[in-house]
Design a protein around this ligand. Structure first.
Ligand SMILES: Nc1ncnc2c1ncn2[C@@H]1O[C@H](COP(=O)(O)OP(=O)(O)OP(=O)(O)O)[C@@H](O)[C@H]1O
Length: 434
């Protein structure tokens, strides 16, 4: 049986920190020729975390967080710092968003718990995955999928507007992510180029669910201003209530304009003027923008929310016709970990993925008892972290994160930097309307 060499001996003191205890007894087969215990990678790690001085010191100074070895800083936000890290068992690269709990007021805590619960329910190739949450008395660590290709804002600022084909491919992936979220009644509320990340292989990852919310019905009204003013829909400035999906749709129109032209549709020196131009819908699409794309922008940036294009209309528009969507456009149902481990009826591909993950978990030293004791839907568990990382790795190997292609695509070699926007990142706001 694969992984049988990693049978877990009783190692309660080693594992207690992460509830990875096991009731099996140490047998002679757990010892090697010179009488030393043969430890699984999991046992070695948990032992080091409890007993090894160097490892404990790394934990204290923040060079390690749970099962992760922390490396350099990637960036920082209003309440957070983001660092690159590796899972010590799987060696996969992740991004860790670090939040100082002492700096979070009541509202920030509420937003954070929404960010976690939104991300927990999303499993889509174009949405940054949440692998694990590590909670300590002073800090909260969100272990996220690493998107090493930078963000859309920086890309446009340094390389200029995107070519028509790159726009199509990028926008199609954002649309796919938003359609999926809206189907689950999750509204992002802070879509902007800064929150569209890329992996090193060019796959789009929508990030930052700090302002997201889940509604019980798609037409439910909301009353909190969320997001960045240049991306905010007119109703956010003038009405007391708004309908969530239409606000995300508007922000996508602003994003599309920015990608295609390299400039923002609504710009002004003061907030008052910006508000006025958004309410009036005062923008001009440059005449050189291809007709089908112009029509799409105009269909989205309609001041009256009810007149705006719906996501399905956007997906079916002329401009996106040559895009060959990957199967990820309609991704399979999120894999339910418990289902997967309890051998319930699954499709062939998913069964294959799950079997691969199960074998890898076993090789690392996770027993079926560990898995039974750790509900894998619970993000605050290192077992979940390892499980989700391995699951994602297996899905990626099967092309799950492959970006779409445009039929007959020709690369655009001419790119121009946009100094005007460099360093002018859009900050997001949160306040009750009226
Ligand atoms: N999963 C990730 N992979 C790679 N880089 C990331 C990831 N998540 C965030 N980053 C980068 O880390 C930086 C900080 O991100 P974070 O989400 O903490 O704040 P922000 O969204 O930029 O700011 P704010 O929270 O103020 O809106 C950003 O530059 C972002 O591109």
């Amino acid at each position: 049986m694969p992984g049988s060499q990693y049978r877990v001996p009783s190692a309660k003191i080693h594992h207690s920190q992460y509830s990875l205890t096991d009731s099996s007894e140490i047998g002679p087969e757990d010892e090697d020729a010179d009488g030393e215990l043969r430890l699984t990678p999991l046992q070695k790690l948990t032992t080091a975390l409890c007993k090894d001085e160097k490892t404990i010191k790394e934990l204290i100074i923040g060079r390690r967080v749970g099962f992760y070895k922390v490396r350099g800083e990637i960036g920082s936000g209003t309440f957070s710092r983001v660092k690159m890290a590796f899972n010590a068992l799987t060696k996969d690269k992740v991004a860790i968003k670090i939040l100082d709990k002492t700096r979070l007021d009541h509202q920030a805590q509420r937003l954070l718990s929404r960010e976690i619960s939104s991300m927990e329910s999303l499993q889509h190739p174009n949405v940054v995955r949440l692998y694990e949450v590590v909670d300590t008395p002073s800090r909260l660590f969100l272990v996220l999928e690493y998107a090493g290709g930078g963000d859309l804002h920086n890309r446009i600022c340094s390389e200029g507007k995107l070519s028509d084909n790159t726009c199509k491919i990028t926008f199609a992936q954002i649309l796919s992510a938003i359609k999926y979220m809206h189907n689950l009644n999750i509204i992002h509320r802070d879509l902007k180029a800064e929150n569209v990340l890329f992996t090193c292989s060019g796959c789009v990852k929508v990030a930052d669910f700090g302002f997201s919310t889940q509604v019980s019905n798609r037409n439910d009204t909301l009353d909190t201003f969320c997001g960045s003013p240049p991306y905010a829909a007119p109703e956010l400035f003038k009405d007391e209530y708004y309908v969530g999906p239409q606000v995300d749709v508007w922000a996508m129109g602003v994003l599309l304009f920015f990608m295609v032209t390299g400039s923002m549709p609504f710009r002004a020196e003061t907030m008052g003027k910006l508000r006025r131009s958004i309410i009036d819908g005062a923008y001009t699409v440059p005449p050189w923008v291809p007709g089908p794309c112009q029509r799409l922008i105009k269909g989205i940036l309609k001041p009256a929310p009810a007149e705006r294009c719906a996501i399905d209309q956007m997906l079916g528009c002329d401009w996106l016709l040559p895009v060959e969507f990957p199967w990820s456009l309609v991704p399979p149902e999120p894999v339910s970990p418990l289902q997967s481990l309890l051998d319930l009826d699954r499709g062939d591909l998913e069964e294959e993925v799950e079997e691969e993950v199960r074998v890898l978990l076993e090789e690392l030293g996770f027993t079926s008892e560990h898995l039974r004791n750790n509900p894998l839907k619970e993000s605050r568990s290192p077992v979940t972290g390892v499980y989700r990382i391995l699951l994602h790795r297996a899905q990626k190997r099967r092309g799950y994160d492959t970006p779409p292609v445009v039929r007959g695509m020709v690369r655009d070699p001419k790119r121009e930097g946009l100094r005007a926007y460099r360093g002018l990142r859009h900050t997001s706001k949160f306040c009750v309307l009226s």
